[in-house]
Design a protein around this ligand. Structure first.
Ligand SMILES: [Zn+2]
Length: 319
C-alpha cells in the first residue's frame, strides 16, 4: 500500500493510536480484574469493586474520569486504584509507539494486540500471581496463524510479523526451554519450578516473534530479572535493615535478636518474591520494538575484533 500521501497526517494518526490504546487499556483493566475470579468480561457493565454501583459512561472515560473524580468512586468515595489509569496510559503509549515504529501496515494492529496482551499478563501476574489462559491459549495458535498468513501473502502484504517456520520453532523453543527449566528445578533442586503460566507465555511469545524472539525475550527478561532481584536484596539487606535497627536494640537477649533477624530476612525475601511473567512480557515488548537492532548490536559487538584480526592476518600474508 502506498502511504506517502498519509505522511503529513502522521501526528494525527499517532494521536488516534494513543486514544485507541487508552480505550483498549480500559478493557485490559476489566480483564485483569475479572479473569482471576472467572467472571465474564462482557457482562455486567463496569461497576465499582467496593460498592458494586454501576459506573456511568462519563465516569468511565480513560485517564480523564480518574483525574476528574480525584481517584474516588462517585458513589462510595472509596479510592480508585492508580493501577487503572496506569494501565490505560501505558496501553495508549505502547499503541502510539507501535504505530510510530511500524507505520501503516497490517502488522501494526497485530503488534498492538500483542502489546495489550503483554499489559494484561504483566498486571494480572503482579496482582494475582497468575498468567491468564484466556491470553496464552488463543494466543499460541493465533500467532502461528498470523505468521502463516504473512508468509503466504508475502512481504508486500505488510503482515509479515515472523516466518511461519520461525513461529512454530518459537512455540517449541519458548515452551520447551521453560518446561525443561521447570522440570530441572523441581527434580534436582526440589524447589517449586517456573510455573506452567510462564511456559505457555513464552510459547505464545515465540508464536508471535519467532524462535529468535523467544530466545531474545528470555535473555532480556533474565537481565531485567537479575537487576530487579539484586535491587530487592540490596534494599532489604541494607535500606530496610537500617530502618529496623532501632527496634532491634529493644531486644534484651542477643540470641533472641539474632533469631528475629533471621526470620525477618526470610519473610521479607519470600514476601517480595517477584513473578517472572512481567519480565517475560517486558522482554517481549523490548524485542518487538528493537529486536533486530539488538541482534545487530550484539553481532557488531562480536565482529569488529574478529574482523580486525582477520584483516591483519590477510595483510601479513600479502593481501
Ligand atoms: Zn464505589
Amino acid at each position: 500500500m502506498d502511504t506517502t500521501a498519509l505522511q503529513p497526517l502522521q501526528g494525527l494518526f499517532l494521536l488516534f493510536a494513543f486514544i485507541f490504546g487508552l480505550n483498549v487499556g480500559s478493557f485490559c483493566n476489566v480483564c485483569i480484574g475479572r479473569w482471576p475470579a472467572g467472571e465474564s468480561v462482557i457482562k455486567p457493565r463496569s461497576r465499582c469493586p467496593r460498592c458494586l454501583n454501576a459506573i456511568a459512561w462519563y465516569d468511565n472515560i480513560p485517564l480523564i474520569s480518574w483525574l476528574v473524580l480525584g481517584a474516588k468512586c462517585r458513589h462510595c468515595s472509596k479510592p480508585i486504584s492508580v493501577v487503572y489509569p496506569v494501565v490505560e496510559a501505558l496501553t495508549g503509549i505502547l499503541f502510539a509507539l507501535t504505530f510510530w515504529r511500524f507505520g501503516f501496515v497490517i502488522a501494526s494492529p497485530v503488534y498492538m494486540l500483542f502489546c495489550a496482551a503483554m499489559i494484561i499478563v504483566t498486571f494480572q501476574d503482579l496482582a494475582d500471581w497468575t498468567i491468564p489462559n484466556e491470553i496464552t491459549f488463543p494466543g499460541i495458535p493465533l500467532g502461528v496463524i498470523l505468521a502463516l498468513a504473512g508468509t503466504a501473502w508475502g512481504e508486500a502484504s505488510g503482515l509479515r510479523v515472523t516466518d511461519v517456520v520461525d513461529s512454530l520453532l518459537g512455540v517449541l523453543l519458548g515452551g520447551g526451554i521453560l518446561l525443561l527449566l521447570d522440570r530441572v528445578t523441581v527434580y534436582l533442586l526440589k524447589k517449586p519450578g517456573m510455573g506452567f503460566g510462564d511456559v505457555k507465555l513464552l510459547a505464545m511469545i515465540g508464536a508471535f516473534l519467532g524462535w529468535q524472539g523467544a530466545l531474545g525475550t528470555l535473555v532480556i527478561a533474565s537481565f531485567i530479572g537479575s537487576f530487579a532481584g539484586i535491587a530487592v536484596i540490596v534494599y532489604f539487606k541494607y535500606v530496610k535493615k537500617e530502618a529496623a535497627a532501632p527496634a532491634e536494640k529493644a531486644e534484651t537477649s542477643e540470641a533472641a535478636g539474632d533469631k528475629a533477624d533471621d526470620e525477618d530476612e526470610e519473610i521479607t525475601l519470600e514476601g517480595h518474591y517477584l513473578p517472572f511473567g512481567p519480565y517475560l512480557a517486558v522482554g517481549a515488548l523490548i524485542f518487538m520494538f528493537v529486536g533486530p537492532e539488538l541482534i545487530d548490536c550484539y553481532f557488531s559487538f562480536l565482529e569488529p575484533s574478529g574482523g580486525i584480526v582477520l584483516m591483519n592476518e590477510l595483510t601479513d600474508i600479502g593481501f
